[in-house]
Design a binder for this molecule. Structure first.
Ligand code: HEC
Ligand code: HEC
Ligand code: HEC
Ligand code: HEC
Length: 435
């Protein structure tokens, strides 16, 4: 009995001491925070737990179409609005056709053979879509450029995709903005809203298998096509499992077109007669098949957490390369230890790029040989068709790697596999063309 009382007393004393330590720690912690405010380097990687999520009434929309725009949020989220505006700092563009001249040959007959520069910041989407020399008669080209287009589709339905480009362009107000990723309730509680309707159409319930922050980028950083019947923007798969380049190729190969023929194509190349596919920036597909898929989302590597002078902790909405940001690099260290990540990633990218140049040039040679065979009429139509199919596939796999914007960083294994498969098809095609 007595022993118990002593034990209880001891326990109570311990609890009091523990509470005192926690309480004092809180005060010291508070001081610490002040110190860290001026010396962020010591803070270590910030986490979402450091964010104070607001739950506020959304402001009234001032846009003509009822989207709450960036300036409407200015008062509530000054740092997020400011950093999103900073996306105009990413203005650097590489001319891919100049850098890799073989592309002009491979893309012959398609817009990309005339004008193909690298992407730049989100603040340039409307400027760039207006001035590209690739022709766009229809409004569907605006799908990935502005929240006002997504809102129009949400209000009026898919008929919007076939409206004349110029008419719809004149109604667009903002580059990619708050509504795109948060709907009208921008980020209150950190909530992501997928506003591009085709994502739900394509993925259905399988949407929930993808982290919302990743899917917010995956509204646009994906492979897509325009449906032949109503030129609606669409994703060529229905789940993460069907996002591989092999599965997407099968999806295109099996598609029945409005004229009854089978096999989707973006264009028919005149010199080869091949029905060609053009891949576009499959960042989400490539990332989701990679080693980080279950560990991180796009924001973890491209939206650094930051702390403002007044102490507010938030995700910077300036989308950056993780190799150029200390906060993001310090996050890599959680798992990669003291590996020099810049060198590590550049080595991978160099390997992928060298292989791309090698396979790209072979693909260009294959195309020339095929065009020559078509012109000479030396081969049976059946063999020519088999070679055309191999060329279509070789270009598809090459492109899937080439047009992915991380240059191998997201998933070097997949990039290398695409190039290997492409080369395999080239070799098979070349041997068909040899008499
Ligand atoms: C391209 C997509 C995108 C756009 C555009 C965008 N956001 Fe975000 N936003 C995100 C993502 C992703 C997160 C991080 C969610 C996570 O993973 O925690 C986020 C987080 C937030 C949060 C939660 C707090 C925080 O810092 O994480 C708020 C608030 C927010 N955004 C407001 C806005 C506002 C206001 C705008 C327009 C000025 C905007 N967002 C534009 C994608 C976007
Ligand atoms: C509404 C479509 C859309 C959404 C959503 C979107 N992007 Fe983009 N993104 C684009 C377009 C289009 C460009 C190219 C703009 C240009 O060159 O004019 C781009 C460019 C970029 C660039 C610059 C590329 C470069 O080579 O400099 C980065 C980085 C980027 N996006 C990351 C993201 C991330 C991360 C997300 C999610 C948080 C995201 N984007 C969401 C459409 C989108
Ligand atoms: C593990 C970190 C990581 C994750 C997660 C990640 N990326 Fe990246 N991303 C990178 C690296 C590294 C590069 C290459 C940067 C460089 O070359 O400077 C890159 C490059 C890019 C680029 C080219 C622009 C640039 O700055 O070079 C885009 C666009 C992009 N990523 C979008 C995405 C999207 C969309 C997602 C999610 C589907 C995503 N990333 C997920 C690490 C990541
Ligand atoms: C949550 C843990 C984690 C974080 C954080 C992380 N990584 Fe990784 N990363 C991994 C794992 C696990 C692998 C796979 C290692 C292996 O297979 O040997 C990997 C592999 C890689 C690869 C090779 C991928 C390939 O396909 O060849 C690159 C590049 C990479 N990480 C870059 C980064 C960068 C850059 C950052 C920070 C911006 C980062 N990682 C943050 C866990 C992480």
């Amino acid at each position: 009995m007595e022993k118990r009382t002593v034990l209880t007393k001891l326990l109570i004393a311990l609890v009091i001491v523990a509470l005192a330590v926690v309480f004092a720690g809180g005060i010291i912690g508070g001081k610490d925070m002040m110190y860290h405010l001026v010396n962020r380097g010591d803070l270590g990687p910030l986490t979402r737990d450091d964010i104070t999520y607001l739950s506020v009434e959304a402001p009234d929309p001032t846009s003509g179409d009822g989207t709450v725009n960036a300036s409407d949020w200015q008062e509530l989220y000054p740092y997020i609005v400011a950093t999103m505006g900073d996306n105009d700092k990413n203005a650097y563009v590489v001319d891919y056709l100049e850098q890799d001249p073989y592309l002009v040959n491979i893309y012959e007959g398609y817009g990309f053979a005339k004008d193909y520069g690298s992407a730049r910041g989100h603040a340039y989407t409307l400027t760039d879509v207006a001035k590209t020399q690739r022709p766009h008669a229809l409004a569907n080209c605006l799908t990935c450029k502005t929240p006002n287009f997504a809102k129009l589709v949400n209000d009026l339905g898919v008929s919007v995709y076939t409206m004349p480009f110029d008419e719809v362009m004149a109604m667009m107000e903002e580059d990619i903005s708050c509504y795109t990723c948060h709907g009208n309730n921008a980020g209150n509680g950190g909530e992501i809203v997928i506003t591009h309707s085709y994502v739900a159409k394509a993925l259905g319930e399988n949407m929930s298998a993808i982290d919302p922050s990743t899917l917010s980028c995956g509204q646009c950083h994906i492979e897509y096509y325009f449906t032949p019947a109503d030129k609606e923007t669409m994703m060529p798969y229905s789940s993460v499992a069907t996002m591989s380049p092999e599965a997407i190729l099968a999806y295109y190969d099996e598609m029945v077109l409005p004229d009854g023929t089978v096999g989707f194509y973006d264009w028919i190349q005149e010199s080869t007669g091949a029905r060609m596919l053009k891949a576009q920036h499959p960042e989400m597909e490539t990332f989701l098949a990679g080693k980080h898929a279950a560990l991180l989302n796009c924001a973890d590597c491209h939206m650094p957490m930051d702390q403002a002078e007044d102490g507010t902790i938030y995700h910077s909405h300036l989308l950056v390369s993780p190799l150029e940001n200390e906060m993001l690099l310090s996050n890599c260290a959680r798992c990669h230890g003291d590996t020099d990540m810049v060198t590590f990633v550049h080595r991978l990218q160099d390997r992928v790029t060298a292989r791309e140049t090698e396979v790209g040039n072979k693909l260009s040679d294959f195309k020339n040989a095929l065009a020559e065979a078509v012109q000479n009429g030396t081969l049976e139509e059946e063999s020519l068709d088999a070679a055309r199919k191999l060329y279509r596939e070789a270009q598809w796999f090459f492109d899937f790697c080439y047009v992915e914007n991380s240059e191998g960083a997201h998933n070097s294994e997949l990039s290398m596999r695409c190039l290997d498969v492409s080369e395999e098809r080239i070799t098979a095609g070349m041997s068909l063309l040899q008499p």
